[in-house]
Design a protein around this ligand. Structure first.
Ligand code: SF4
Length: 428
């Protein structure tokens, strides 16, 4: 389904319009957005389109390599393949009740992995889907590994009925040159220590097809009811993990020409250790998953603050951040003239509670409740755009920035996690 058509593009010239359902391209039926990309790669396309219940054929020609200018609608919850797992750490099982239905969708869909970088377990993947991945060369994929020991992985995935042996599947993808970003959600007492060592070292021989292996700490909310016993990393464990991973990276750099294994930013913050330099993130391929995001942001922030345009005092604002990063951001901005009139508000996450302290999971109500205790908020409140759901402009609890603005009595402006956007918002 076409969601939007950019003007002056091949799609617009062919007469496509939002709401059109594209049924075939050059005679081939489309199952989804991936088929659209796959069969739409040619420069001359004959499209069968359904509009207001009637079918029509549109001819589309584009310059080689040019974008068609079409944005497709996101799949609806019923169209997404979901998992049959009950992972011991699943965040969805720890959500409070009564939130929007779409937040409870346990997607495990290779198409969303390819299109949007969602992590999949490959455990429910049927043979036709596997063959489709190979045939259409859907690469890279993002795979939740957690452990290579089949029995341990089976327990981590909640003892599903089907086989969860991951290495043969990754091997099959590797043989077809499908690239994979692997992820390990680290649950202390479950898959750490020697299990982690085994997992990392059984994945490494699959490099460069397994491009990266990310280790991220488990996140626990206060809504864990009737779920397996889990705990977060202690500070000592975080420090030990930083050292262990640094040792592995040094060895992998010598043997694989890549650090190969990467540790989530929050572990360095918890351990109070410096983040690795930018070059060690090897292009920031998985920054959006919290691997190097802080390093990339802080390097760009330091550069932006050193520019002459940042030397003037900025306007009086309240800058909202999560409880984990807020104090660090306040320190980084403390000496910056542009931020002289900005106050950083580190907002605790009351809704989720537990160890959840990232800005991306802040709710409108948490922000409203906390800011109401702060007195004068200045000329505006800057909220992290990552806390708003893509394309919908609403916080997880369905409040909007406008709702907040009405409640707080000051404009509320979403700011992208990009130093340039932040500095622009700070300027008077
Ligand atoms: S695969 Fe596991 S973590 Fe992912 S949605 Fe399913 S149960 Fe949750």
């Amino acid at each position: 389904m076409v969601a939007a058509v950019r003007p002056l593009t091949a799609g617009a010239k062919a007469g496509l319009a939002p709401g059109d359902r594209i049924l075939t391209i050059n005679g081939r039926g489309l199952r989804d957005a991936i088929d659209f990309q796959f069969y739409g790669a040619e420069d001359r396309l004959a499209l069968t389109v359904e509009r207001e219940g009637r079918r029509r054929t549109l001819a589309l020609t584009r310059r080689p390599g040019a974008d068609l200018g079409l944005e497709l609608e996101a799949p609806r919850p019923g169209e997404i393949a979901t998992c049959a797992n009950k992972c011991v750490f699943c965040f969805i099982h720890q959500l409070p009740k009564g939130m929007r239905r779409s937040l409870y969708v346990k997607d495990d869909d290779f198409r969303l992995s390819f299109l949007h970088g969602n992590y999949i377990t490959l455990s429910d993947l049927d043979e036709p889907s596997f063959e489709r991945i190979l045939e259409q060369r859907l690469s890279p994929l993002y795979v939740s590994v957690h452990a290579t020991d089949p029995e341990l992985r089976w327990r981590l995935l909640g003892q599903p009925r089907h086989s969860v042996d991951i290495l043969p599947r990754l091997d099959r993808l590797a043989k077809a040159s499908i690239r994979v970003h692997a992820q390990i959600v680290l649950c202390p007492g479950w898959n750490d220590g020697e299990h982690l060592e085994r997992t990392v070292h059984e994945l490494a021989p699959l490099h460069p097809h397994v491009v990266t292996t990310a280790i991220v700490p488990v996140g626990l909310t206060r809504h864990r009811e009737r779920l397996p016993e889990l705990r977060t990393l202690s500070d000592d464990e975080a420090r030990a993990l930083v050292d262990t991973v640094a040792g592995w990276q040094a060895r992998f750099r010598a043997s694989l020409d890549s650090g190969f294994v990467f540790l989530g930013d929050e572990v360095y913050l918890q351990a109070d250790r410096p983040l690795p330099p930018a070059a060690e993130y090897e292009g920031f391929a998985i920054a959006e998953d919290g691997i190097g995001l802080v390093r990339r942001f802080e390097d760009a922030l330091a550069l932006a603050l050193s520019r002459r345009r940042a030397a003037r005092a900025g306007r009086r604002v309240t800058l909202v951040s999560g409880a984990m990063y807020g104090p660090r951001l306040a320190r980084l901005l403390a000496e910056a003239p542009l931020a002289a009139n900005a106050r950083v508000a580190s907002v605790p996450n009351e809704l989720f509670g537990g160890s959840v302290a990232v800005a991306g999971l802040l709710t409108g109500q948490d922000i409203q409740r906390h800011l109401a205790t702060l007195g004068d908020l200045g000329e505006a409140v800057l909220v992290p755009a990552v806390a708003l759901r893509d394309g919908e402009g609403v916080f997880l609890d369905d409040l909007t920035p406008d709702d907040l603005a009405r409640a707080l009595g000051v404009p509320v402006i979403p700011v992208a996690p990009d130093p340039r956007a932040l500095l622009e918002a700070l300027r008077a």
